[in-house]
Design a protein around this ligand. Structure first.
Ligand SMILES: CC(=O)SCCNC(=O)CCNC(=O)[C@H](O)C(C)(C)COP(=O)(O)OP(=O)(O)OC[C@H]1O[C@@H](n2cnc3c(N)ncnc32)[C@H](O)[C@@H]1OP(=O)(O)O
Length: 186
């Protein structure tokens, strides 16, 4: 039988108040506090904390505090990834980010979702859908990436967008809901 954690990662309905998950979130919050309370010149402390916090990371991950996430362990980032101030990643399901990706301030990445059926919601059951962001993507300030979305390589997402559906490679897309506004030729 699957544990609640295994169900969560697999995108199935799970109980978020399972003791193992509560403990994982608590550990994550201690690491976030250490990171977010660090001083600007405590580079080594920040890097060491990020190594413990983020599941898999390439070289040169740079995150401006404050940063928030649910588990950290479900985040995979490639090389040269940058998060500006106040980004939120609800990594209930995996969040996979490619190389050389820029996140402007206040970007929010939500894999977490809840049943639309109120009776299921009131039982405390929830689920999550994986998010994949390709390489060389730039996500503008305040954008919200909704559960299950994939964003293709080299694409630009405009500030304030709500990305509810997949966005292909090599486009500029913006708005709520986020739509392609032009194609990029390189
Ligand atoms: C790490 C960091 O990133 S820190 C920097 C933080 N900065 C940002 O977040 C800025 C993000 N930049 C944007 O959102 C820009 O508007 C861009 C990149 C999307 C502009 O892309 P361009 O292709 O140059 O779009 P352009 O300015 O020509 O606008 C084209 C149309 O899209 C609209 N548009 C542009 N940006 C947006 C947006 N964010 N939301 C909604 N509509 C938009 C324009 O109003 C215009 O509409 P119109 O044709 O009806 O007049």
């Amino acid at each position: 039988m699957k544990t609640e954690k295994e169900k969560m990662i697999a995108g199935e309905l799970y109980n978020a108040f399972d003791p193992e998950l509560i403990s994982d979130r608590c550990n994550c919050r201690f690491l976030l506090k250490e990171f977010n309370d660090s001083k600007p010149d405590e580079t080594e402390l920040r890097q060491n904390t990020l190594k413990k916090l983020i599941g898999t990371q390439g070289n040169n991950l740079l995150i401006e505090p404050p940063f928030y996430c649910d588990y950290g362990s479900n985040i995979t980032v490639g090389n040269n990834v940058y998060f500006n101030f106040n980004c939120v990643v609800l990594d209930v399901a995996p969040v996979i980010i490619g190389d050389s990706v820029l996140f402007a301030p206040n970007v929010q990445i939500y894999t977490a979702t809840h049943p639309l059926d109120w009776e299921q919601r009131s039982q405390g059951l929830e689920y999550a859908k994986m998010i994949i962001i390709g390489s060389h993507v730039w996500v503008g300030g305040g954008a919200i990436i909704c559960p299950g979305v994939q964003i293709g390589d080299r694409t630009v997402i405009g500030a304030g967008s709500v990305v509810t559906k997949d966005i292909p490679t090599d486009v500029v897309a913006a708005g709520n809901p986020c739509k392609i506004i032009r194609t990029l030729t390189h």
